[in-house]
Design a binder for this molecule. Structure first.
Ligand SMILES: [Zn+2]
Ligand SMILES: [Zn+2]
Ligand SMILES: [Zn+2]
Length: 417
């Protein structure tokens, strides 16, 4: 390695952009080539058609005009006829230099033909393209560097019981240790797929004949295969962090490696809304205006799709003797996502609530703030059905537990109803 290279390596690795070939259609591949060649030759790229009835070519404008022929997807190797045809088109358009770039491979006859006839054509395969990209400050990911699907290690029953108890402790008040009063009755684990879809946006917006905004960015979303729902940030926070293992889906599961069309469509919608900007500008008649800049579908490139099979567990558990069901999406950490019930349900009134409820240590009911009480004598947490009330002056009632009620002498004691 010479000094020049090692000097430039550090800033490159810090600021290097990454482009992916995964998931690109022919148009996307052309865009990718456009970016790489324009960075490599430090030249503007102009699209034009080199062949009649063909729309797959573009021309790099540098000191010399260079014609580029993009071949993707390329199922069969590119041979001598393709090179001959390209050279004829170059001659007729008076282009002196040409590049054929493919995501596939070149047949030996193609390279031989170029060499024997000393043609001004460079054959660029992905390895070569990646090398050119690297020199231009772009990391090109073209090999499957990672397997397509992953999973994570699911918790043991004992671990899950601990995580569940911890969660219940955070959300519910209880005078006794919830951890000692949770029992897992059954736990059934299945794996359901989620997609992590990486995208890139690059859009230009014009108003009054001027470019007023360029929206560039990249990101990713997790999407559920089952519901098509785009998961929120807390999902990413958990599942970005947990260690993944390569997973080889088989049979029906293997068919889920590629997301359904609706799923990528919903991603486009989300990306469009995330990257919509309202840009102020001066109109043709010198007045201030605001343009709503919404990237179009062609401004968005899906770069990489990873399939993550996550363990979903259906659990029946007992809390203070009362049995309950919970469906959750587990991680190998102590974080998990409760799918159903999404919120606690008050056993007295059926109302839903997120936190601040009470566990009745007598009957195992979960009660919301309105239907949970604390014994004013011993502090036991109860539901209103299990509580007694001591009448005080001016109609004031104090909730107490049964044991404390027996110790009360002379007071007027009533049950809830
Ligand atoms: Zn209630
Ligand atoms: Zn109760
Ligand atoms: Zn009591």
């Amino acid at each position: 390695m010479n000094t020049k290279q090692s000097k430039t390596k550090t800033p490159f690795s810090v600021f290097m952009r990454t482009l992916y070939t995964e998931g690109l259609d022919s148009e996307g591949f052309e865009q990718l080539c456009e970016e790489i060649f324009s960075a490599f030759y430090k030249a503007k790229v102009k699209r034009s058609f080199l062949f009649e009835n063909s729309n797959t070519d573009f021309v790099v404008l540098s000191s010399d005009r260079i014609a580029v022929d993009c071949r993707h997807p390329a199922k069969s190797p590119i041979g001598r006829p393709a090179v001959e045809k390209f050279f004829l088109a170059m001659k007729s358009r008076k282009v002196r230099e040409g590049i054929i770039v493919t995501s596939g491979r070149f047949a030996g006859t193609a390279q031989k033909h170029v060499e024997e006839n000393d043609l001004p054509i460079t054959l660029v395969d992905m390895e070569k393209l990646a090398a050119m990209a690297y020199k231009a400050g772009i990391k090109l990911v073209y090999k499957k560097e990672e397997p397509e699907a992953f999973t994570i290690i699911s918790n043991s029953d004992r671990e899950f019981r601990e995580h569940l108890a911890k969660r219940l402790k955070q959300e519910l008040m209880c005078s006794e240790d919830i951890g000692l009063n949770v029992t897992i009755l059954s736990r059934n684990i299945t794996r359901v797929p989620f997609y992590r879809i990486n995208y890139r946006v690059d859009a230009e917006f014009e108003a009054s004949g001027k470019i007023i905004h360029r929206e560039k960015g990249e990101g990713y979303f997790y999407v559920s295969e089952r519901t098509g729902k785009i998961e929120d940030g807390s999902f990413a926070k958990i599942f970005d962090m947990v260690p993944r293992m390569a997973y080889t889906p088989e049979g029906k599961e293997a068919g889920l490696l590629k997301p359904r069309k609706q799923i990528t469509e919903s991603l486009y919608d989300r990306v469009r809304s995330v990257h919509t900007k309202y840009i102020p500008y001066i109109t043709g008649s010198d007045k201030p205006g605001v343009k709503t800049c919404i990237p179009s579908k062609k401004d968005i490139t899906v770069q990489n799709i990873m399939c993550l099979f996550l363990p979903v567990s259906d659990v029946e558990y007992e809390l203070f003797g009362k049995s309950r069901n919970i469906r959750s999406l587990e991680s190998s950490s102590d974080d998990f996502i409760v799918v159903e019930p999404s919120r606690h349900i008050c056993d007295i009134c059926g109302g839903r609530f997120a936190a601040g409820g009470t566990v009745c240590v007598k009957c195992g009911n979960i009660a919301d703030a309105k239907h949970g009480v604390k014994c004013t004598r011993c502090g036991k947490t109860l539901c209103v059905s299990c509580a007694f009330y001591v009448s005080r002056f001016l109609g004031k009632k104090e909730p107490i537990c049964g044991a404390c009620a027996n110790k009360e002498t002379g007071a007027k004691i009533k049950s809830y109803k």
